[in-house]
Design a protein around this ligand. Sequence first.
Ligand code: NAD
Length: 521
Amino acid sequence: MKETVAVLGAGIMGRGIAQVAATAGHQVVLYDPYPAALEKALAETRAELKKLAERGRLASAEEVLARIQPTQALEDCTPAHLVIEAVPEQLELKQEILSRLGGLNPHGLLASNTSTFSISAIAAKVPNPSRVLGLHFFNPAPRMKLVEVIGGENTDPVHLERASELMRAWGKEPVRVKDAPGFLVNRVARPFYGEAIRLHAEGVPKEFIDWVMRGLGFPMGPFELMDLIGLDTNLAASTSVYQAFYGEPRYRPHYLQHQKVAAGQLGRKSGQGWYRYPPGPPPPPTPSNPTAKAPLPLILGPNPLAQELKARFPHAKSPEEAQFVLDCRVKLERKNDLPDSLPVVGLVWGHSASSLQAELKDRPVVGFSLVPPVGQGAIAELYTPLSGPNPALPLAQAFFEAQGHPTLLLPDQPGGVGFRILALLINEAISALSEGIAQPDDLDRAMRLGTGYPRGPLEWAERIWLKPVLRALEGLFAELGEDRYRPHPLLRRMVAAGLETFGNLPLHKGDWQIYTHKEAR
Ligand code: NAD
């Protein structure tokens, strides 16, 4: 017979975790002090299991349900080999309930599903804290594959291995993560929301930001996703990571978030958040019909974006043949070597179109951004300098539309929408990597599974190349003048060392040696 599992708290997460454990064949004790919460949990689990059975994904809903024993008595959880707490997110409550149960049950593994608290802090009050760990499930627990397995300062690694094995047996994908604020996914994902809100505050319509991110392959844009998660929940996560890092500017929430929450605009659940429900977010622009008639550009740049555009789009082989220059180079200072007189459509990854215009003096200039790999639904972002529209704009529009990519004309700001958000996700992933929060493959896998990102941020950085990412971040840091854009030193070191992949970095793998005085002699 399989081991008994106890789940504390029968809310959204607790009942989902109980369902997963019972489906995997365990006897489950589901504890909640409130009878109404238990009743609701069982009713919703029954409905959920029935749906699965009707679709043929489960033999018998009643059989699984019969394995879940609801209780209002904590003592009933004493025989459990594994306890998972999913009580409300209050540190004292979690400490108190796990230490009480730890006294009653001296040998069981004690796991917390906390989203924000340190596992070491939760374990501090528990008898024998070596058995306390984090099992961070994602919502909805029965459907989301990812479970972050987190060891605190005192957790015995044997227990982490045991818990990971069990998660695999439950059909989950465990990823080992270090105990740090936001753990892995909630930390690395912060710029997806934070940077989107900043861009919006700088005048970019939220719909445009959502459309561009969808065009990059994200299942939802940041604003529609915040509406789904709940603006209050999202703000609480941002605030907790920001505070836990002692005010690190990268995680600072924006006043717009607070304002919305204070006004009760919490997202779908309150009928209005960033959008009103109904009708919800407007649909993205549809791809235009590819046509053969397009102005020919001379495409410049060695990076993967330039390579991809050269491979896929018709382009001039010489300046004489070209009607404009499509300059994919990131560094602003090298822009003085362009063929004479042609209008320029220049990449804005590290600078605004206005800065590019200043560099190129009287020439017609617009900025553009696209991120490789340029998929079918990708939107070409266009930026006119503050000096106003000029003849480069219709050329850029005609060119991208002819290739089937809708264009959006956006308020001038450095970085481009999609690239700026992505560059900060990459920078954050590198920061987590440098702190040993997770191994590179695990990091990318966790981001794909936990958030539905089309690819992991490290894998994406390799695809774009690390050097353009670094140069763009340097440009953003210089032009925006904010600490949050500073490139991570590990990214700098990797570019300096000519490294282009994360796989074999000698990080946190015990590759370092400490030379004692004696050895040094
Ligand atoms: P919830 O409010 O839906 O459920 C909490 C449950 O705990 C309720 O049923 C409540 O009756 C019960 N409860 C209250 N006081 C209790 C006590 N003293 N002892 C036992 N149970 C008690 O909350 P939730 O969304 O399920 O979140 C639970 C935990 O999971 C939190 O730590 C949260 O941060 C974490 N989490 C939530 C999500 C999410 O998306 N909701 C995702 C990952 C992790």
